[in-house]
Design a protein around this ligand. Structure first.
Ligand SMILES: [Ca+2]
Ligand SMILES: [Ca+2]
Ligand SMILES: [Ca+2]
Ligand SMILES: [Ca+2]
Length: 275
């Protein structure tokens, strides 16, 4: 990696983060152990999960200290210089459909534009998502600064019942990334001490597979038998993967914009009724 601007504190690796294939071929876990700058968590550290975990059907590699077997993470609150405090995660993943993260904040605020995550492709693709407090990300500790999540793109992954939690975010990348290699995930934190500083524990990519729009059960045909899978892909992705483990939810992207959304319903109905 080339040095970045002095104004930006960048924690980056000289080599790729460790990437591993998982049992389900469409998921690839990224182990951030070599990027970690803090750990274990200050409160109830031994209760935090480490090693291979699965949250809402998505596998994650949770980094652990070899010495203590306790959770490690990268936190924007460690020795920050001027904002934004930045983490660049180098990758080399071709054909990514979605990316999942395990992230929370120390403290937390619903103030806009405190935290962003950028996805950068090898061929010019770039997509940025804001992570807003009380919507996309919240305090690691329960009942303090921020406590709400949208329960759609961000869901709870883990709680210890003792006041700590970890949440899972999903980022559906545009169709551009299906044809490129995802080379960098970058986190930019504009928060502050006793205000909001994000941490990240783990990243998993969901690779896209060759698609046949509308064939939700992957039997090679588009029939009324695909309606159930289409509805599941829109409403409960884990249930879809459970029922069709070797099929591609991207087949529900019938209008071809790279996303599976309610915007595909009209195109799916049109496809079915045109047969
Ligand atoms: Ca996608
Ligand atoms: Ca079918
Ligand atoms: Ca997919
Ligand atoms: Ca679509």
């Amino acid at each position: 990696m080339k040095p970045r601007r002095a104004a930006i504190w960048t924690y980056a690796l000289l080599t790729n983060a460790f990437i591993a294939a998982t049992a389900n071929a469409q998921f690839v876990t990224v182990d951030l152990a070599t990027l970690r700058n803090v750990g274990p968590p200050g409160i109830n550290p031994t209760t935090h999960p480490t090693g291979p975990q699965e949250y809402g059907c998505v596998p994650f590699a949770m980094p652990a200290s070899a010495a203590t077997d306790q959770l490690y993470m990268w936190w924007a609150g460690v020795g920050p210089g001027p904002n934004p405090v930045t983490l660049s995660i180098p990758l080399s993943l071709a054909g990514v459909d979605k990316v999942y993260t395990i992230m929370n904040t120390a403290w937390g605020s619903a103030t806009p534009n405190l935290l962003f995550i950028d996805f950068i492709g090898s061929g010019g693709a770039m997509q940025t998502f804001e992570l807003r407090g009380n919507r996309d990300i919240r305090d690691h500790h329960t009942n303090f600064f921020t406590n709400a999540i949208n329960n759609t793109t961000t869901v709870n992954a883990w709680e210890n019942g003792l006041g700590q939690r970890l949440d899972r975010q999903a980022f559906d990348l545009s169709a551009d990334f299906l044809d490129e290699t995802l080379v960098t995930i970058r986190i930019r934190d504009f928060g502050g001490t006793n205000f909001s500083r994000a941490f990240i524990v783990a990243v998993t990519a969901e690779l896209g597979q060759p698609t046949t729009p509308g064939d939700m059960n992957c039997d090679g045909f588009i029939t009324v038998g695909d309606i159930g899978g289409f509805v599941l892909a829109l409403t409960d992705l884990c249930a879809y993967f459970d029922q069709f483990p070797n099929c591609e939810d991207g087949n529900a992207d019938v209008n071809g914009d790279g996303f599976v959304s309610v915007g595909d319903i009209g195109a799916f109905v049109a496809l079915l009724t045109s047969l």
